[in-house]
Design a protein around this ligand. Structure first.
Ligand code: BG6
Length: 510
Protein backbone atom coordinates (compact mmCIF):
# COMPACT_ATOMS: atom_id res chain seq x y z
CA UNK A 1 0.00 0.00 0.00
CA UNK A 2 1.40 3.39 -0.94
CA UNK A 3 2.04 5.86 1.89
CA UNK A 4 -0.39 8.80 2.00
CA UNK A 5 0.94 12.38 1.96
CA UNK A 6 1.17 14.07 5.34
CA UNK A 7 -1.62 16.47 6.35
CA UNK A 8 -1.10 20.28 6.27
CA UNK A 9 1.04 21.22 9.27
CA UNK A 10 3.73 23.46 10.69
CA UNK A 11 6.98 21.95 11.91
CA UNK A 12 8.33 24.21 14.63
CA UNK A 13 12.02 23.42 15.19
CA UNK A 14 13.58 24.65 18.42
CA UNK A 15 17.31 24.77 17.74
CA UNK A 16 16.86 25.61 14.05
CA UNK A 17 20.39 26.94 13.58
CA UNK A 18 21.97 23.78 15.01
CA UNK A 19 23.65 20.84 13.37
CA UNK A 20 20.75 18.38 13.64
CA UNK A 21 18.42 20.66 11.69
CA UNK A 22 20.70 21.21 8.73
CA UNK A 23 22.34 17.77 8.65
CA UNK A 24 19.31 15.55 9.17
CA UNK A 25 15.91 17.23 9.53
CA UNK A 26 15.94 19.44 6.44
CA UNK A 27 17.51 16.81 4.14
CA UNK A 28 14.93 14.28 5.38
CA UNK A 29 12.07 16.67 4.60
CA UNK A 30 13.58 17.31 1.19
CA UNK A 31 13.60 13.53 0.57
CA UNK A 32 9.97 13.29 1.70
CA UNK A 33 9.09 16.17 -0.63
CA UNK A 34 10.81 14.40 -3.52
CA UNK A 35 8.80 11.28 -2.89
CA UNK A 36 5.56 13.28 -2.91
CA UNK A 37 4.78 12.68 0.77
CA UNK A 38 5.28 16.31 1.80
CA UNK A 39 3.43 18.95 -0.16
CA UNK A 40 3.40 22.75 -0.19
CA UNK A 41 1.19 22.83 2.88
CA UNK A 42 4.04 21.91 5.24
CA UNK A 43 5.57 25.04 6.77
CA UNK A 44 8.79 25.13 8.73
CA UNK A 45 9.18 27.60 11.55
CA UNK A 46 12.70 27.71 12.92
CA UNK A 47 13.24 29.02 16.43
CA UNK A 48 16.66 29.76 17.88
CA UNK A 49 18.63 31.92 20.25
CA UNK A 50 20.86 33.22 17.46
CA UNK A 51 19.84 36.55 15.94
CA UNK A 52 18.51 36.34 12.40
CA UNK A 53 15.45 36.33 10.18
CA UNK A 54 13.80 34.10 7.58
CA UNK A 55 16.34 35.01 4.89
CA UNK A 56 19.35 34.37 7.12
CA UNK A 57 18.12 30.91 8.15
CA UNK A 58 17.48 30.00 4.51
CA UNK A 59 20.93 31.29 3.55
CA UNK A 60 22.57 29.18 6.28
CA UNK A 61 20.71 26.09 5.10
CA UNK A 62 21.58 26.85 1.47
CA UNK A 63 25.26 27.05 2.17
CA UNK A 64 25.29 23.86 4.25
CA UNK A 65 23.24 21.82 1.77
CA UNK A 66 25.61 22.85 -1.03
CA UNK A 67 28.49 21.18 0.84
CA UNK A 68 26.88 17.74 1.04
CA UNK A 69 28.52 14.87 -0.85
CA UNK A 70 25.47 15.03 -3.12
CA UNK A 71 24.95 18.82 -3.00
CA UNK A 72 21.41 20.22 -2.83
CA UNK A 73 20.99 23.61 -4.53
CA UNK A 74 17.77 25.58 -5.05
CA UNK A 75 18.69 26.22 -8.69
CA UNK A 76 18.78 22.52 -9.48
CA UNK A 77 16.67 20.89 -6.77
CA UNK A 78 12.99 21.49 -7.17
CA UNK A 79 12.06 20.05 -3.76
CA UNK A 80 14.41 22.36 -1.87
CA UNK A 81 13.53 25.35 -4.04
CA UNK A 82 9.86 24.93 -3.10
CA UNK A 83 10.46 24.06 0.53
CA UNK A 84 12.78 26.98 1.28
CA UNK A 85 10.00 29.42 0.38
CA UNK A 86 8.09 28.09 3.37
CA UNK A 87 10.89 28.40 5.93
CA UNK A 88 10.66 31.19 8.49
CA UNK A 89 12.64 32.02 11.62
CA UNK A 90 12.05 33.60 14.99
CA UNK A 91 14.95 34.47 17.21
CA UNK A 92 14.62 34.71 20.98
CA UNK A 93 15.06 33.22 24.40
CA UNK A 94 13.11 29.98 25.01
CA UNK A 95 12.80 30.78 28.68
CA UNK A 96 10.84 34.00 28.00
CA UNK A 97 7.14 34.28 27.15
CA UNK A 98 7.61 36.70 24.23
CA UNK A 99 8.86 34.00 21.86
CA UNK A 100 5.81 31.80 22.47
CA UNK A 101 3.49 34.70 21.64
CA UNK A 102 5.42 35.09 18.38
CA UNK A 103 5.14 31.36 17.63
CA UNK A 104 1.39 31.57 18.16
CA UNK A 105 1.14 34.35 15.59
CA UNK A 106 3.05 32.26 13.06
CA UNK A 107 0.96 29.12 13.49
CA UNK A 108 -1.32 29.43 10.51
CA UNK A 109 -2.00 25.71 10.30
CA UNK A 110 -4.02 24.00 12.98
CA UNK A 111 -1.65 21.01 13.04
CA UNK A 112 1.76 21.54 14.56
CA UNK A 113 4.71 19.41 15.61
CA UNK A 114 7.27 20.98 17.94
CA UNK A 115 10.70 19.46 17.45
CA UNK A 116 13.17 19.86 20.34
CA UNK A 117 16.58 19.91 18.67
CA UNK A 118 18.00 21.60 21.76
CA UNK A 119 20.04 20.54 24.82
CA UNK A 120 18.06 18.40 27.27
CA UNK A 121 17.81 21.03 30.01
CA UNK A 122 15.26 22.81 27.80
CA UNK A 123 12.94 19.80 27.30
CA UNK A 124 10.82 20.17 30.46
CA UNK A 125 10.64 24.00 30.44
CA UNK A 126 9.74 24.05 26.72
CA UNK A 127 6.79 21.69 27.19
CA UNK A 128 5.64 23.77 30.13
CA UNK A 129 5.77 27.05 28.18
CA UNK A 130 4.09 25.55 25.11
CA UNK A 131 1.34 24.22 27.31
CA UNK A 132 0.96 27.45 29.28
CA UNK A 133 0.49 29.38 26.03
CA UNK A 134 -2.17 26.98 24.81
CA UNK A 135 0.06 25.78 21.98
CA UNK A 136 -0.32 22.10 22.85
CA UNK A 137 -4.11 22.14 23.05
CA UNK A 138 -5.63 19.84 20.45
CA UNK A 139 -8.96 21.32 19.39
CA UNK A 140 -11.22 20.80 16.38
CA UNK A 141 -9.41 17.68 15.22
CA UNK A 142 -6.01 19.41 15.07
CA UNK A 143 -2.92 17.69 16.37
CA UNK A 144 -0.23 19.21 18.54
CA UNK A 145 2.78 16.95 19.08
CA UNK A 146 6.26 17.25 20.47
CA UNK A 147 9.33 15.38 19.24
CA UNK A 148 12.18 14.97 21.71
CA UNK A 149 15.70 13.93 20.84
CA UNK A 150 17.92 11.97 23.18
CA UNK A 151 19.34 12.13 25.82
CA UNK A 152 16.10 11.44 27.65
CA UNK A 153 17.41 11.71 31.20
CA UNK A 154 20.84 10.81 32.50
CA UNK A 155 19.72 8.10 34.93
CA UNK A 156 16.54 6.47 36.18
CA UNK A 157 15.55 9.30 38.53
CA UNK A 158 16.03 12.06 35.94
CA UNK A 159 14.20 10.08 33.22
CA UNK A 160 11.28 9.52 35.59
CA UNK A 161 11.24 13.20 36.56
CA UNK A 162 11.32 14.29 32.90
CA UNK A 163 8.48 11.94 31.96
CA UNK A 164 6.44 13.18 34.92
CA UNK A 165 7.14 16.80 33.99
CA UNK A 166 6.13 16.31 30.37
CA UNK A 167 3.08 14.20 31.15
CA UNK A 168 1.77 16.71 33.66
CA UNK A 169 1.42 19.11 30.71
CA UNK A 170 0.48 16.94 27.73
CA UNK A 171 -0.62 13.39 27.17
CA UNK A 172 1.49 10.41 26.11
CA UNK A 173 -0.10 10.28 22.65
CA UNK A 174 1.34 13.76 21.97
CA UNK A 175 4.91 12.78 22.89
CA UNK A 176 7.29 11.40 20.24
CA UNK A 177 10.55 10.37 21.95
CA UNK A 178 13.03 9.79 19.17
CA UNK A 179 15.71 7.17 18.96
CA UNK A 180 17.31 7.58 15.57
CA UNK A 181 18.24 3.87 15.49
CA UNK A 182 14.55 3.16 14.96
CA UNK A 183 14.72 5.07 11.68
CA UNK A 184 17.23 2.58 10.31
CA UNK A 185 15.79 0.16 7.77
CA UNK A 186 17.44 -2.96 9.20
CA UNK A 187 16.30 -2.18 12.72
CA UNK A 188 12.72 -1.97 11.50
CA UNK A 189 13.34 -5.17 9.56
CA UNK A 190 14.01 -7.16 12.75
CA UNK A 191 10.30 -7.42 13.47
CA UNK A 192 9.50 -8.39 9.90
CA UNK A 193 12.27 -10.99 9.82
CA UNK A 194 10.94 -12.49 13.02
CA UNK A 195 7.21 -12.29 12.57
CA UNK A 196 6.91 -12.88 8.83
CA UNK A 197 9.10 -15.99 8.76
CA UNK A 198 8.09 -19.16 10.52
CA UNK A 199 11.53 -20.71 10.13
CA UNK A 200 13.07 -17.82 12.06
CA UNK A 201 10.53 -17.23 14.79
CA UNK A 202 10.04 -20.90 15.59
CA UNK A 203 13.71 -21.15 16.61
CA UNK A 204 13.68 -17.86 18.52
CA UNK A 205 13.95 -19.09 22.09
CA UNK A 206 16.21 -20.68 24.67
CA UNK A 207 15.72 -24.18 23.25
CA UNK A 208 17.74 -23.24 20.18
CA UNK A 209 19.57 -20.00 20.89
CA UNK A 210 22.80 -20.13 22.89
CA UNK A 211 23.40 -16.39 23.25
CA UNK A 212 22.86 -13.01 21.60
CA UNK A 213 25.47 -10.35 20.88
CA UNK A 214 24.53 -6.74 20.13
CA UNK A 215 27.37 -4.48 19.04
CA UNK A 216 27.64 -0.86 17.96
CA UNK A 217 31.27 -0.23 17.11
CA UNK A 218 32.40 3.12 15.75
CA UNK A 219 35.62 4.24 14.11
CA UNK A 220 35.00 7.88 15.03
CA UNK A 221 36.55 9.21 18.20
CA UNK A 222 35.04 11.78 20.55
CA UNK A 223 36.40 14.61 18.40
CA UNK A 224 34.91 17.97 19.28
CA UNK A 225 32.24 16.51 21.59
CA UNK A 226 34.56 16.32 24.62
CA UNK A 227 32.35 18.29 27.00
CA UNK A 228 29.19 16.31 26.24
CA UNK A 229 30.98 12.98 26.14
CA UNK A 230 33.00 13.39 29.34
CA UNK A 231 29.73 14.00 31.20
CA UNK A 232 27.99 11.14 29.39
CA UNK A 233 30.22 8.18 28.50
CA UNK A 234 29.55 5.20 26.26
CA UNK A 235 27.06 3.54 28.60
CA UNK A 236 24.63 6.47 28.84
CA UNK A 237 25.21 7.55 25.24
CA UNK A 238 24.35 4.24 23.58
CA UNK A 239 23.02 1.48 25.84
CA UNK A 240 19.67 2.47 27.41
CA UNK A 241 18.57 3.95 24.11
CA UNK A 242 20.04 2.58 20.86
CA UNK A 243 21.25 -0.85 21.97
CA UNK A 244 18.19 -1.48 24.13
CA UNK A 245 15.95 -0.68 21.16
CA UNK A 246 17.69 -3.47 19.26
CA UNK A 247 17.49 -5.75 22.28
CA UNK A 248 13.79 -5.05 22.74
CA UNK A 249 13.03 -5.98 19.14
CA UNK A 250 15.03 -9.20 19.45
CA UNK A 251 13.56 -10.16 22.83
CA UNK A 252 9.91 -9.05 22.60
CA UNK A 253 6.98 -11.41 22.28
CA UNK A 254 4.71 -11.32 19.22
CA UNK A 255 2.46 -8.25 19.53
CA UNK A 256 -1.33 -8.54 19.40
CA UNK A 257 -1.25 -6.50 16.21
CA UNK A 258 1.09 -4.19 14.34
CA UNK A 259 -0.37 -1.05 15.91
CA UNK A 260 1.87 1.30 17.88
CA UNK A 261 0.48 0.43 21.30
CA UNK A 262 0.65 -3.34 20.78
CA UNK A 263 4.29 -3.14 19.67
CA UNK A 264 5.34 -0.65 22.32
CA UNK A 265 3.70 -2.74 25.02
CA UNK A 266 5.70 -5.82 24.02
CA UNK A 267 8.93 -3.83 23.76
CA UNK A 268 8.40 -2.32 27.20
CA UNK A 269 7.64 -5.76 28.63
CA UNK A 270 10.92 -7.10 27.24
CA UNK A 271 12.90 -4.18 28.65
CA UNK A 272 11.26 -4.45 32.03
CA UNK A 273 12.26 -8.14 32.09
CA UNK A 274 15.95 -7.18 31.97
CA UNK A 275 17.51 -8.50 35.17
CA UNK A 276 18.28 -5.72 37.64
CA UNK A 277 21.65 -6.59 39.13
CA UNK A 278 22.67 -6.25 42.74
CA UNK A 279 25.79 -4.08 43.26
CA UNK A 280 27.92 -7.27 43.48
CA UNK A 281 26.45 -8.70 40.28
CA UNK A 282 26.97 -5.40 38.46
CA UNK A 283 30.73 -5.69 39.11
CA UNK A 284 30.99 -9.07 37.42
CA UNK A 285 28.69 -8.30 34.48
CA UNK A 286 30.20 -5.10 33.07
CA UNK A 287 33.57 -3.84 31.87
CA UNK A 288 34.70 -0.56 30.38
CA UNK A 289 37.59 1.05 28.59
CA UNK A 290 38.84 4.37 27.23
CA UNK A 291 40.98 4.74 24.13
CA UNK A 292 44.56 5.88 24.41
CA UNK A 293 46.57 7.85 21.85
CA UNK A 294 47.40 6.11 18.60
CA UNK A 295 46.59 6.02 14.93
CA UNK A 296 43.52 4.77 13.11
CA UNK A 297 43.25 4.57 9.33
CA UNK A 298 46.32 6.82 9.11
CA UNK A 299 44.79 9.47 11.40
CA UNK A 300 46.42 10.49 14.67
CA UNK A 301 44.02 9.91 17.52
CA UNK A 302 44.41 11.96 20.69
CA UNK A 303 43.88 9.94 23.86
CA UNK A 304 40.35 10.44 25.21
CA UNK A 305 41.69 11.95 28.42
CA UNK A 306 43.71 14.50 26.46
CA UNK A 307 40.80 15.52 24.24
CA UNK A 308 39.70 19.14 24.38
CA UNK A 309 37.11 19.75 27.12
CA UNK A 310 37.76 16.34 28.73
CA UNK A 311 39.18 16.32 32.23
CA UNK A 312 42.75 14.87 32.25
CA UNK A 313 41.76 12.59 35.14
CA UNK A 314 38.40 11.69 33.58
CA UNK A 315 36.93 8.40 34.68
CA UNK A 316 34.52 8.29 31.74
CA UNK A 317 34.42 5.27 29.45
CA UNK A 318 34.51 5.33 25.65
CA UNK A 319 33.82 1.59 25.51
CA UNK A 320 31.48 -0.57 27.52
CA UNK A 321 30.51 -4.24 27.43
CA UNK A 322 27.71 -5.83 29.45
CA UNK A 323 26.31 -9.28 30.01
CA UNK A 324 22.57 -9.09 30.57
CA UNK A 325 19.65 -11.46 30.99
CA UNK A 326 16.05 -11.04 29.91
CA UNK A 327 14.18 -12.94 32.58
CA UNK A 328 11.28 -14.35 30.61
CA UNK A 329 10.12 -17.88 29.80
CA UNK A 330 11.49 -17.50 26.26
CA UNK A 331 14.95 -16.22 27.20
CA UNK A 332 15.69 -17.94 30.51
CA UNK A 333 19.40 -18.71 30.69
CA UNK A 334 20.32 -16.97 27.39
CA UNK A 335 22.94 -14.26 27.94
CA UNK A 336 22.72 -11.04 25.93
CA UNK A 337 26.22 -9.57 25.48
CA UNK A 338 26.20 -5.88 24.53
CA UNK A 339 29.19 -3.75 23.57
CA UNK A 340 29.75 -0.33 22.12
CA UNK A 341 32.75 1.91 21.76
CA UNK A 342 34.52 4.65 19.85
CA UNK A 343 37.84 4.63 17.93
CA UNK A 344 37.51 0.92 17.20
CA UNK A 345 38.77 -1.05 14.20
CA UNK A 346 35.51 -0.94 12.22
CA UNK A 347 32.15 0.72 11.98
CA UNK A 348 29.90 -2.18 12.68
CA UNK A 349 26.44 -2.23 14.21
CA UNK A 350 25.11 -5.74 14.29
CA UNK A 351 23.08 -8.31 16.16
CA UNK A 352 24.51 -11.81 16.16
CA UNK A 353 22.30 -14.68 17.23
CA UNK A 354 24.35 -17.79 17.97
CA UNK A 355 22.34 -20.99 17.96
CA UNK A 356 23.16 -24.04 20.03
CA UNK A 357 25.47 -26.63 18.59
CA UNK A 358 24.03 -29.86 17.26
CA UNK A 359 23.89 -32.35 20.12
CA UNK A 360 26.64 -34.56 18.77
CA UNK A 361 28.76 -34.95 15.65
CA UNK A 362 26.99 -37.45 13.41
CA UNK A 363 29.91 -37.92 11.09
CA UNK A 364 32.14 -39.93 13.39
CA UNK A 365 33.75 -42.15 10.80
CA UNK A 366 34.64 -39.28 8.56
CA UNK A 367 37.05 -36.38 8.77
CA UNK A 368 34.57 -34.59 10.95
CA UNK A 369 35.67 -35.51 14.40
CA UNK A 370 35.49 -32.04 15.78
CA UNK A 371 32.60 -30.02 17.20
CA UNK A 372 30.61 -28.44 14.43
CA UNK A 373 30.44 -24.66 14.47
CA UNK A 374 27.12 -23.30 15.74
CA UNK A 375 24.75 -21.63 13.26
CA UNK A 376 24.73 -17.86 13.46
CA UNK A 377 22.35 -15.27 12.20
CA UNK A 378 23.95 -11.86 11.68
CA UNK A 379 21.62 -8.88 11.38
CA UNK A 380 23.86 -6.22 9.90
CA UNK A 381 22.39 -2.87 10.90
CA UNK A 382 25.19 -0.80 9.37
CA UNK A 383 27.12 -0.41 7.21
CA UNK A 384 25.88 -2.44 4.25
CA UNK A 385 22.56 -3.43 5.77
CA UNK A 386 21.59 -7.04 5.45
CA UNK A 387 20.98 -10.37 7.06
CA UNK A 388 23.06 -13.50 6.81
CA UNK A 389 22.90 -16.98 8.21
CA UNK A 390 25.96 -19.11 8.72
CA UNK A 391 25.40 -22.81 8.24
CA UNK A 392 27.57 -25.88 7.73
CA UNK A 393 27.50 -27.71 4.43
CA UNK A 394 29.36 -30.69 3.06
CA UNK A 395 32.52 -29.60 1.34
CA UNK A 396 32.97 -31.11 -2.11
CA UNK A 397 35.05 -34.24 -2.10
CA UNK A 398 34.97 -37.96 -1.56
CA UNK A 399 35.07 -37.91 2.21
CA UNK A 400 32.32 -36.27 4.24
CA UNK A 401 33.67 -33.08 5.66
CA UNK A 402 31.84 -29.91 6.57
CA UNK A 403 32.58 -26.30 5.86
CA UNK A 404 30.82 -23.15 7.11
CA UNK A 405 29.13 -20.98 4.45
CA UNK A 406 26.95 -17.93 4.61
CA UNK A 407 23.45 -17.43 3.16
CA UNK A 408 23.56 -13.77 2.56
CA UNK A 409 21.02 -11.02 1.88
CA UNK A 410 22.20 -7.42 1.30
CA UNK A 411 19.69 -4.62 0.91
CA UNK A 412 21.85 -2.97 -1.72
CA UNK A 413 21.80 -6.10 -3.90
CA UNK A 414 18.01 -6.15 -4.07
CA UNK A 415 16.78 -2.59 -3.68
CA UNK A 416 17.72 0.88 -4.77
CA UNK A 417 16.84 2.78 -1.61
CA UNK A 418 18.78 5.92 -2.50
CA UNK A 419 20.57 8.08 0.02
CA UNK A 420 18.36 8.47 3.08
CA UNK A 421 19.14 10.21 6.36
CA UNK A 422 17.25 7.72 8.54
CA UNK A 423 14.94 10.53 9.70
CA UNK A 424 12.45 10.23 6.84
CA UNK A 425 10.27 7.55 8.40
CA UNK A 426 10.48 9.18 11.84
CA UNK A 427 9.35 12.59 10.55
CA UNK A 428 6.68 11.05 8.37
CA UNK A 429 5.30 9.09 11.33
CA UNK A 430 5.36 12.20 13.50
CA UNK A 431 3.04 13.92 11.04
CA UNK A 432 0.71 11.03 10.41
CA UNK A 433 0.52 10.24 14.12
CA UNK A 434 2.09 6.77 14.22
CA UNK A 435 4.03 6.28 17.45
CA UNK A 436 5.33 2.77 16.67
CA UNK A 437 8.90 3.94 16.13
CA UNK A 438 8.95 6.21 19.17
CA UNK A 439 9.67 5.27 22.73
CA UNK A 440 6.97 5.19 25.37
CA UNK A 441 7.60 6.47 28.90
CA UNK A 442 7.56 3.00 30.51
CA UNK A 443 10.07 1.61 27.99
CA UNK A 444 12.51 4.45 28.62
CA UNK A 445 12.27 4.02 32.37
CA UNK A 446 12.70 0.23 32.15
CA UNK A 447 15.90 0.78 30.16
CA UNK A 448 17.35 3.20 32.69
CA UNK A 449 16.39 0.87 35.55
CA UNK A 450 18.51 -1.90 34.00
CA UNK A 451 21.63 0.27 33.59
CA UNK A 452 21.29 2.08 36.94
CA UNK A 453 23.33 -0.55 38.90
CA UNK A 454 26.27 0.01 36.50
CA UNK A 455 25.97 3.79 36.77
CA UNK A 456 25.95 3.51 40.56
CA UNK A 457 28.91 1.15 40.57
CA UNK A 458 31.08 3.37 38.37
CA UNK A 459 30.03 6.56 40.13
CA UNK A 460 31.60 5.13 43.29
CA UNK A 461 34.59 3.53 41.63
CA UNK A 462 38.01 5.15 41.56
CA UNK A 463 39.24 2.54 39.07
CA UNK A 464 39.94 4.05 35.65
CA UNK A 465 38.59 2.40 32.51
CA UNK A 466 41.09 0.06 30.84
CA UNK A 467 43.08 1.75 28.07
CA UNK A 468 42.70 0.31 24.58
CA UNK A 469 44.45 1.15 21.34
CA UNK A 470 42.59 3.06 18.64
CA UNK A 471 41.86 0.69 15.79
CA UNK A 472 41.60 -2.33 18.10
CA UNK A 473 38.49 -4.32 19.02
CA UNK A 474 38.37 -2.74 22.47
CA UNK A 475 39.90 -3.46 25.89
CA UNK A 476 41.03 -6.97 26.84
CA UNK A 477 38.61 -7.00 29.80
CA UNK A 478 35.77 -7.21 27.24
CA UNK A 479 37.28 -10.37 25.76
CA UNK A 480 37.61 -11.82 29.25
CA UNK A 481 33.96 -11.00 30.03
CA UNK A 482 32.74 -13.29 27.26
CA UNK A 483 35.61 -15.81 27.22
CA UNK A 484 35.05 -16.90 30.76
CA UNK A 485 31.69 -18.23 29.53
CA UNK A 486 33.50 -20.19 26.81
CA UNK A 487 32.33 -17.80 24.07
CA UNK A 488 33.93 -15.27 21.72
CA UNK A 489 32.85 -11.92 20.34
CA UNK A 490 31.90 -11.89 16.69
CA UNK A 491 34.83 -10.22 14.92
CA UNK A 492 34.16 -6.55 14.18
CA UNK A 493 34.01 -5.66 10.51
CA UNK A 494 33.69 -9.32 9.50
CA UNK A 495 30.48 -8.86 7.56
CA UNK A 496 30.68 -10.55 4.14
CA UNK A 497 30.98 -7.18 2.35
CA UNK A 498 34.29 -6.55 4.13
CA UNK A 499 35.96 -9.75 3.14
CA UNK A 500 36.80 -8.86 -0.44
CA UNK A 501 36.51 -11.17 -3.41
CA UNK A 502 36.31 -14.84 -2.53
CA UNK A 503 39.18 -17.15 -3.42
CA UNK A 504 37.44 -20.18 -4.82
CA UNK A 505 38.70 -23.51 -3.57
CA UNK A 506 39.40 -25.73 -6.53
CA UNK A 507 37.66 -29.09 -6.85
CA UNK A 508 38.82 -31.66 -7.69
CA UNK A 509 42.23 -30.56 -6.42
CA UNK A 510 45.11 -30.88 -8.94
C1 BG6 B 1 24.35 9.13 18.92
C2 BG6 B 1 25.48 9.20 19.91
O1 BG6 B 1 23.13 9.05 19.57
O2 BG6 B 1 24.53 7.99 18.10
C3 BG6 B 1 26.80 9.26 19.20
O3 BG6 B 1 25.33 10.34 20.74
C4 BG6 B 1 26.95 8.11 18.23
O4 BG6 B 1 27.89 9.27 20.12
C5 BG6 B 1 25.72 8.00 17.34
O5 BG6 B 1 28.10 8.34 17.45
C6 BG6 B 1 25.77 6.73 16.51
O6 BG6 B 1 24.75 6.76 15.55
P1 BG6 B 1 24.96 6.15 14.11
O7 BG6 B 1 23.65 6.30 13.44
O8 BG6 B 1 26.08 6.93 13.47
O9 BG6 B 1 25.37 4.74 14.33
Amino acid sequence: MDAAPIPPATLVIFGATGDLTRRLLIPAIINLTRSGLVGDDLKILGVGIEPGDDASLVARLDSFLATLSEPIRPETDDAWRRLRQRVSYISGDFTQDAIFLEIKKHLTSCNAAFYFAVPPQFFGPLVEKLHAHGLTTEADGCFRRIAIEKPFGTDLASARALNAHILSNISENQVYRLDHFLGKETVQNILTARFANMMIESLWNNNYIDHVQISAAEIVDVGTRGKFYDATGALRDMIPNHLFQLLAMIAMEAPNGFGAEAIRTEKSKALSALRIYTPEEAVSHAVRGAYKAGTLDGRDITAFRETKDVSPDSNTETYVALKLYVDTWRWAGVPFYLRTGKALKARDTEVVITFKQVPFAQFRKTDVNRLLPANKMVIQVQPDEGLSVEISIKSPGLSVDTVPVSLDFRYADEFDIGKMTGYESLLYDLFIGDQTLFQRADGIEAGWAAVQPFLDMWAKSSETPEAYAPGSSGPSCADELIRRDGREWHQLGEAPHNQGPKLLKKYPPN
